[in-house]
Design a protein around this ligand. Structure first.
Ligand code: UDP
Length: 374
C-alpha cells in the first residue's frame, strides 16, 4: 500500500498529525510505533485488580489554549480535575507550589494574607534579575531555605545533574504563590479524560485512512518506506541522524515500581513528593487522579534513571548546544518533506498541551488552508 504520510510514533504528536492528515486532508496515513501500544507515555490500562493506572506515571491535562482544549474534546469527555501535590518533609506534608500554608508549616509562621506573604518572601529571595540556571531561578523566587528544602535534592535526584547546570526554565515550571491557592497548575482548563488516555488515542487513530503498525522500529524499516511519502518523526532527533555528532543527547528516564494494597487508600493525596531521603521522587496513587471507587489501591514509586525509554530532555548547556547541531541537520531536510514533531524530536520539555499545540501548529503551518474544525 502506498501511503501519503508516514508518522513515526503514536504518542500525542504522532496521533495528532495522523488524525489531522486523515480526517481533514483525506490522506492515507501509516503510523509506525516501536512499542506494543499507542498513546506514548500517556498510555493507561486496567491493572489485574481493575484499577486504571498509567504505565508511565501520572499525566494531568492542563491548558490555557482554547484550540487545544477544543481539539481534545473531540475525542473524549473530560472531567474537571484540579491537581494538588504534597511534599513529604520532616514527617510533615506541605503543599507545592509554595504558598502561605507551605511556609507556615515549614517554618512555624503565622502568615495570614498576601501582603504578609510578599513581605516574608522579600526577606528570602536573592536579587538575581536574570537567572542563568535553575538554582538561580529558585533563589530569585523563593530564596535559599525553601530551595534547599524543596527543590535542590529533588532536582539532583530527578536529573542526576546539579541545578546550576540546568536551564532556568526547569524550575520555572513551578509557580510561587503568595496566597493559599494549593492547585499545582494555574491554567484555565484542568481535566482528566473520563475513560482514560488510551481511549482518547484509540478514538484519534481509528480512521479508515490510518494504518497502525505496533512493535515496529522505524530504524528497521526506514529503507522500505516510500521516499515520496511525507515523513513526521516524533522520536529522539539524535537517533534519526544516527547519533552522528558522537555524544548522545541526554534523555532522563523513569522506572516505576507498582504496588497494590488491600486498603481503600494508601496516602492522603494523589501525589506525594519526596524531595530528599528516599531514592524515589514521588508516589502516585492512581485512584485519586480520577475518583475511582475500589476496595484496593495501586500506587507507583518513581525512580529516575538513565536506563530505558527516553522521557525528559535534560536541559543543560551542553545538551542544548548538541541539539542545535541536530536541529541544523533537520532544517536541511525539511524541504524533502521530513518534519520533526514533539518532545523528543524538538528536545523540549513540553507539557501535554504543548505537545498537542506543537503538532497542531505544525500541521496548520504546512497546510494553512485546511479547515479548523475546532
Ligand atoms: N521539582 C522539585 N521538587 C518537587 C517537584 C519538582 O525540585 O517537589 C523540580 C524538579 O527539578 C522537576 C521540576 O521541578 O523536574 C519540574 O517539576 P514537574 O512536577 O513539572 O515535573 P514532571 O511532572 O514533568 O516530572
Amino acid at each position: 500500500m502506498l501511503y501519503d504520510v508516514v508518522i513515526v510514533g503514536a504518542g500525542i504528536s504522532g496521533a495528532t498529525i495522523a488524525e489531522r492528515c486523515a480526517t481533514i486532508l483525506g490522506k492515507r496515513v501509516l503510523v509506525i510505533e516501536k512499542r506494543n501500544h499507542i498513546g506514548g507515555n500517556c498510555f493507561d490500562y486496567l491493572d489485574e485488580n481493575g484499577i486504571l493506572i498509567s504505565k508511565y506515571g501520572a499525566h494531568i491535562f492542563h491548558t490555557n489554549h482554547d484550540d487545544v482544549w477544543n481539539y481534545i474534546n473531540k475525542f473524549s469527555k473530560w472531567k474537571n480535575y484540579y491537581h494538588k501535590v504534597l511534599c513529604h518533609v520532616d514527617n510533615k506534608l506541605v503543599p507545592l507550589p509554595v504558598n502561605i500554608t507551605t511556609v507556615n508549616l515549614l517554618f512555624g509562621l503565622h502568615i495570614q494574607n498576601e501582603s504578609e506573604m510578599k513581605e516574608w518572601l522579600n526577606t528570602q529571595i536573592e536579587p538575581i534579575v536574570t537567572p542563568h540556571n535553575s538554582e538561580e531561578s529558585a533563589l530569585s523566587r523563593v530564596g535559599r531555605s525553601l530551595y534547599e528544602i524543596l527543590f535542590k535534592s529533588y532536582t539532583q535526584k530527578q536529573w542526576d545533574t546539579d541545578p546550576r547546570d540546568l536551564d532556568a526554565s526547569v524550575l520555572e515550571r513551578i509557580p510561587v504563590r503568595t496566597n493559599f491557592d494549593d492547585r499545582y497548575f494555574s491554567d484555565r482548563y484542568q481535566a482528566m479524560p473520563s475513560e482514560g488516555y488510551t481511549k482518547v488515542f484509540e478514538k484519534m487513530l481509528t480512521h479508515p485512512n490510518i494504518t497502525l503498525k505496533l512493535n515496529t522500529d522505524y530504524l528497521d524499516v526506514r529503507n522500505e518506506i516510500n521516499p515520496k511519502a511525507q515523513l513526521f518523526f516524533s522520536g529522539p532527533i539524535d537517533l534519526f541522524f544516527g547519533r552522528k555528532f558522537g555524544k548522545n543527547l541526554a534523555y532522563r528516564s523513569l522506572r516505576f515500581e507498582f504496588e497494590t494494597y488491600n486498603i481503600p487508600y494508601y496516602q492522603t493525596n494523589s501525589v506525594v513528593n519526596y524531595p530528599s531521603g528516599e531514592p524515589y521522587t514521588r508516589i502516585v496513587e492512581y485512584k485519586q487522579l480520577n475518583s475511582q471507587i475500589h476496595s484496593k489501591t495501586t500506587i507507583s514509586k518513581e525512580y529516575p534513571t538513565w536506563e530505558g525509554e527516553p522521557y525528559y530532555p535534560v536541559l543543560s548547556r551542553e545538551n542544548l548546544d548538541l541539539y542545535l547541531k541536530y536541529k541544523n541537520e533537520a532544517t536541511k531536510i525539511e524541504d524533502r518533506n521530513v518534519h520533526f514533531v514533539g518532545r523528543l524530536a524538538n528536545y523540549k520539555y513540553f507539557n501535554m498541551d504543548q505537545a498537542f499545540k506543537n503538532a497542531l501548529d505544525l500541521f496548520y503551518s504546512l497546510f494553512p488552508n485546511s479547515p479548523k474544525d475546532m
